[in-house]
Design a protein around this ligand. Structure first.
Ligand SMILES: NC(=O)c1ccc[n+]([C@@H]2O[C@H](COP(=O)([O-])OP(=O)(O)OC[C@H]3O[C@@H](n4cnc5c(N)ncnc54)[C@H](OP(=O)(O)O)[C@@H]3O)[C@@H](O)[C@H]2O)c1
Length: 367
């Protein structure tokens, strides 16, 4: 292993899931934002342990994620899936680390702050070792909801998502490429007649073939109870939004759709406010909101391809809800799900902890 060029002071940062899509972005964003990393510890499964990753121009060997791997680590940025976090995050906390977790494992746990940077940073102060990063579809809504809520009093939100395949990790991106190739291959074969027959036979990440298609299922379906028939992804947007905005009674509903887009989640949102609102007033508010970019002209609507690799949340198509013209608005909200939806937010949360000297929990840990 070659030693990375490291600053003399700073933090020992472990990336749990370093070989994944979010892990790769995390390392890129730590570099871009010059986070004070004294030593980087890339952790992944046994499958990729021993491989080399590049950080700050140096090659670092990936280690297997074990409880002992967290000894001496200050900050863990975790993105290796919910079951891995469930097993390893408490081990890291026991060893004195603060963990910013990208999975859904602890998001709704009492005492675990669920935070979008710039929206509810103050919630970080009383963490007990674990901080949760929201679902990617929730994160990009929050700066917009918070600003409009403060100005006009948000009463109800109807959200429809158009989520890219990268939200399902590297296997999701591979499946879009493979199924697209397979459609083209089948269309080129003489025995394939009607175009509708040209669908790939094999798919495993998504519930239907994703190439040239839409899939109205992200995560598992809820069975029974008041949310019967929703997907877990949809319930995450609902419950996480309420927790982040501190509005447990917010009326919010969601339909989540997977679309054949590589990176970038898009959301069609209808909002209802207590106070009267106009597109002009909403645009004015959002233009003053950090991390939000407003497209004033309808034809300047953002697209996932255009926002990929960019930090802000882009909002366009801001117009009256003609079924509720005094109090309702329709918006189109697009952002890079791997950045604001995951890695960028995690690094920004670490920056807030460092800035306020909040890295160590203020309360005893019950882990
Ligand atoms: N993609 C998004 O937009 C997004 C947004 C917000 C949150 N998240 C969440 O972040 C997590 C990771 O997402 P991703 O898109 O980066 O997935 P991914 O590309 O599939 O990467 C998964 C990572 O987890 C590692 N891993 C898997 N099993 C492991 C184990 N048993 N022990 C240690 N490491 C293990 C993998 O290592 P190997 O290479 O060794 O298999 C890889 O580094 C998920 O929980 C996801 O829900 C994703």
């Amino acid at each position: 292993m070659t030693s990375p060029a490291q600053p003399s002071s700073g933090y020992i940062v472990a990336i749990l899931g370093a070989t994944g899509l979010v892990g790769t972005q995390l390392m890129q964003i730590l570099e871009e934002r010059q986070f004070p990393v004294k030593q980087l510890k890339p952790l992944a499964s046994q499958r990729t342990a021993g491989s080399l990753i590049n950080f700050m121009g140096e090659e670092i060997r990936v280690e297997e994620a074990t409880p002992e791997a967290f000894e001496g680590v200050d900050i863990v940025l975790a993105s290796a899936g919910g079951s891995v976090s469930e097993a390893l995050v408490p081990e890291a906390v026991k060893r004195g680390c603060v963990v910013i977790d990208n999975t859904s494992c602890f998001r709704m746990t009492e005492g675990v702050p669920l935070v979008v940077a710039g929206v509810n940073d103050a919630d970080l102060e009383h963490h007990q070792g674990i901080i949760a990063n929201p679902n990617c579809s929730t994160s990009q809504l929050m700066p917009v909801f918070k600003a409009l809520n403060d100005a006009f009093g948000l009463e109800r939100a109807i959200v429809s998502t158009y989520q890219s395949v990268s939200g399902a990790g590297k296997e999701g991106m591979d499946e879009l490429i493979d199924t697209t190739r397979s459609v083209f291959k089948m269309m080129g074969e003489p025995e394939v007649g009607a175009r509708s027959e040209a669908v790939p036979a094999e798919f495993k990440v998504f519930a239907r073939p994703i190439a040239f298609n839409l899939v109205a299922q992200i995560d598992q379906f809820v069975e029974g109870g008041p949310e019967d028939g929703y997907t877990k992804e949809e319930t995450k947007v609902i419950h996480e939004s309420r927790k982040i905005l501190h509005q447990p009674d917010l009326k919010i509903t969601c339909t989540a759709i997977r679309v054949p887009v590589m990176v970038g989640h898009s959301e069609s949102v209808t909002l209802e406010f207590k106070k009267p609102v106009s597109p002009e007033a909403a645009m004015f508010v959002l233009e003053q909101t950090p991390d939000v970019v407003v497209a004033r002209k309808p034809q300047d609507f953002p697209t996932p391809v255009e926002v990929t690799g960019k930090d802000p949340v882009y909002v366009g198509r801001i117009r009256r809800d003609t079924s509720n013209p005094e109090h309702g608005l329709n918006l189109w909200i697009v952002a890079d799900n791997l950045r604001i939806g995951a890695a960028l937010n995690a690094v920004r949360l670490a920056e807030v902890l460092v800035k306020h000297n909040w890295l160590k929990p203020k309360q005893p840990i019950n882990a």
